[in-house]
Design a protein around this ligand. Sequence first.
Ligand code: ADP
Length: 704
Amino acid sequence: MLELSNSVLAALAHNPGNEGCSAVLELLLEASASRLGYFGRLEDDGVLVCAVGGVDARPAGGRLARIPGREWPAIWRSCLEQGEPVCANSVSVPAPSVPVTLRRALVVPVCDGADRRGLLCLANRENPYSAAELRRIAAAVQCLGPVLSAWCDQERAEARRRDLERRLKLTQFAIDHSPGVVLTLDPSGRIVYANKTACRTLGYRAEELTRKNIRELLEDGSRRCWERFRDELSKPAALECEARFRTSAGSPIPFSVLAGRLEFDGLELIALVCRDISDYVAAREELLQALEKEREATRLKSEFLANVNHELRTPLNAIIGMTELLLESPLSGEQREYVETVHRASHDLLEMIEDILDLEKVEAGKLELRPETFDPQKLVDNVAGLFAKSAREKGIEIAVACDPALPPSLVGDSSRIRQVLVNLVSNAVKFTPSGHVTIRAECLGWRDSRAQIRFAVEDSGIGIPGDKREMIFERFSQVDGSPTRSHEGVGLGLAIVKDLVELMGGELGVDSEVGRGSTFWLTLWLPAAAERSLGPAEPAAAEPAPGGGRRWDHAPRVLVAEDDAVNRKVAVRLLERLGCVVDAVADGRQAAELAAERDYDLVFMDCEMPVMDGCQAARRIRREPGPKSQVPIIAMTARVMKGDIEACLAAGMDDYVRKPVHLRDFRVVLEKWVRRETGLCAVPGIGHPGQTGPRSCGEDSGAG
Ligand code: ADP
């Protein structure tokens, strides 16, 4: 028995693997005089991988078979289930894998401890198998369990190795042929692996690349990128950055680089996966250049417009000022008519310049809203007042209808709302040959202490055809654009109205019927003010009595600094008309020197002057010791863009007037600043700097 065991072990030891199984089987077939035999190991998936041998198995036998569980004869299954050898001398079932019948059989499980590792079946001997034989064979194969176990493990490891190898080859193929450059580096930056794309893209052979350090490939500006990778790679997430690599020919290629750290058996590696982003970078640069060009063009346009505005306002200042002075002097009826025409035309021209400037400001995002507390009813009354005279002259009735529920005091940029209403009412009067124009204001509802206010300007005029109602809000568009049209205008007013309403977050619309009239309306959400606004939201609309100087208790002493001789003369004359004692100088230095010498109630300072500009002069006055440094300084400027006003205020000026300066602008400033300073009779709501922010006193000149 021991002999058989030894022979079996020796057979298996000398013939590893499947060969061993065949050798063992041959030996046992012979020792038991069986005609058919199976011996092999059980796979994890329940398949018996076995040698098939014996006379009955030929010619098909002598080979390796894979016999799945479902093909097993019942005695195999019960043998393995019980873990006990089975002897069956009268069965008749088909033998697995070979075309014979299994008539008598001896089945022995091969175990390693409790684990079933394989199976031996000897069958179809002439004589029945005896119990003694079964024991002998079982004892002989007993020792094979651990061998089959080891063999199974080896097979498994082999299968795993083959699987890994397959996957590795696939991965290698994918990496080599990936469109991205893949580099593996050691922690010093030395390249240990480069894929085929890396070689092709960078123009090196693999062995050349693996001799290099990544720093030699990176462009100067991109070395930082490598340092960042090296320093930050201890963090778990992969890092990404943009870097430029140099090819062997010296040309730079921009890459998007993804870096990750790999640790392997104590070996640290850094993997870089790099995507060529030349196209993207080129497109980005093109876009940036285009943007830069556009920005430059916008800047030049703004600058051009600011310059044109300045250049136009300066002579207009003289024309309007001189005509105002002329209108104050004794004139014949015909002369007065001529001068009034010049005056009106210069106002129209000024209005157009302001419209263009406003549009430009909105477009350049430079128009800022200045919310303040205002009384909506007063605002509407004020706008109606502006047009009372022109409507009366045309025979049109102008009316105001305010909702009793209208809040007495709201917060919003009343000056811009007023500008919108002035534009709408001016159109209504212009396009209404007879009948009425009504300005309505109502409160539509409340949400979170904000009121929805609807302003509407209703007229009984010519109306607007349906297909033109959209287009009139575009720049330079009019219903009748023909040169023979009967109404003046350039088609900018409604474009500004639209921009302003949108800037205030409101809605604008028009309802109209040709021949019956139009209603332009806007809705705005405005917060209710905690307190009632004190005075008129805007300077009084009523036209001042010509030349009607205030009666000051002493004549205000005013210094005017203006380099343009005509404008200087106009300013002096207008201020004298208002009862002031005026000194005038032509540059900032003279202004600063005079302000240091004499006591003034007010200084009007032109901004752009030779020798010393207005801002420098203001700073110098503010540095004077004593009360002279406190004199209110009012900038006179044709430049009214945001930055210009801010520069004046930053230089220590208190307020500004927009050129051309009208008689009433000077009056408003005098009332605001001289009264306050002398404390003669403070009028509530006017001129508390800081309360509402400085406001151009010239801004109410647009009523035309
Ligand atoms: P402008 O009045 O300078 O032409 P606007 O932009 O203010 O420019 O108006 C554009 C056009 O819209 C006007 O030319 C006119 O055809 C039409 N329009 C505006 N308001 C009215 C109105 N109340 N009634 C009839 N047509 C109007």
